[in-house]
Design a protein around this ligand. Structure first.
Ligand SMILES: Nc1ncnc2c1ncn2[C@@H]1O[C@H](COP(=O)(O)OP(=O)(O)O)[C@@H](O)[C@H]1O
Ligand SMILES: Nc1nc2c(ncn2[C@H]2C[C@H](O)[C@@H](COP(=O)(O)O)O2)c(=O)[nH]1
Length: 207
């Protein structure tokens, strides 16, 4: 069955997902779906003690995104309308596999699959890769207090987890178009011509 474009912008913390998704939404006149961050009651506690708070945090993100995607399906995807999101639901598993251990990880995996296996998935992913220095710089530029506690080693692991996850997704879903963007070299904020190239590429994909 033919479906309207469902575009996700992905990449590790601070890569520029929300920024790029918002710019594309404006440029291409496509509604944007943004994840909820500031209202999350567990993030601050999580960064203070990951082992203690990871299950609550991962479940909170999962339930929130589940609800958002259910709504998005009704409003846009089932009606063949395009939509752009600053995350892919698969992000839940990327983080949870890193932050959860033992029986909690196993329980989470099962709940993740029960909730998400039948949800619509993006057919285009813009994957922003960036090195650790770039991410640390952008996270500090964004200036969220609770993110000052992020351990660079955790961030480096996430960079690698994202690469592994995107390779695995490409193998499992060959029909999904994954567009890699080198976020440490391509600067779509400071250089309008670099943004224009990305926007043109996306336009071509959705025509
Ligand atoms: N290409 C870029 N060049 C310079 N600054 C950027 C770029 N992309 C994002 N930023 C800035 O970096 C910070 C993190 O970007 P954001 O879009 O919130 O990342 P993410 O959604 O991936 O966590 C923000 O302050 C944003 O303005
Ligand atoms: N442990 C998890 N943390 C997550 C998840 N999704 C987002 N986050 C964190 C990372 C950032 O501190 C903040 C915003 O995310 P961005 O990627 O938009 O920077 O929330 C998750 O699923 N698990």
């Amino acid at each position: 069955m033919k479906r309207g474009p469902f575009i996700a912008v992905e990449g590790p913390i601070g890569a520029g997902k929300t920024t790029l998704a918002s710019m594309l939404s404006t440029e291409l006149n496509i509604p944007i779906l943004k994840e909820i961050v500031e209202e999350n009651p567990f993030l601050d506690k999580f960064y203070q003690n990951i082992d203690e708070w990871s299950f609550q945090l991962e479940m909170f993100f999962l339930c929130n995104r589940y609800k958002q995607l259910e709504d998005t399906d009704l409003q846009y995807i089932a009606q063949d309308k395009p939509v752009i999101s600053d995350y892919h639901i698969y992000k839940n598993l990327i983080f949870a596999e890193r932050t959860l251990k033992g029986i909690k990880r196993e329980k989470y995996r099962q709940i993740y699959h029960i909730l998400t296996d039948d949800l619509p998935k993006p057919n285009i992913i813009l994957y922003i890769r960036a090195n650790l220095d770039t991410l640390l710089y952008r996270i500090s530029k964004r200036g969220r207090d609770f993110e000052e506690q992020i351990d660079p080693a955790y961030l480096q692991q996430l960079i690698e987890d994202y690469d592994t996850a995107m390779t695995s997704l490409a193998e499992r879903e060959p029909a999904t178009v994954i567009v890699p963007i080198n976020g440490s070299e391509v600067d779509f904020v400071e250089h309008p011509e670099q943004f224009a190239r990305i926007a043109a590429q996306v336009k071509e994909l959705i025509q």
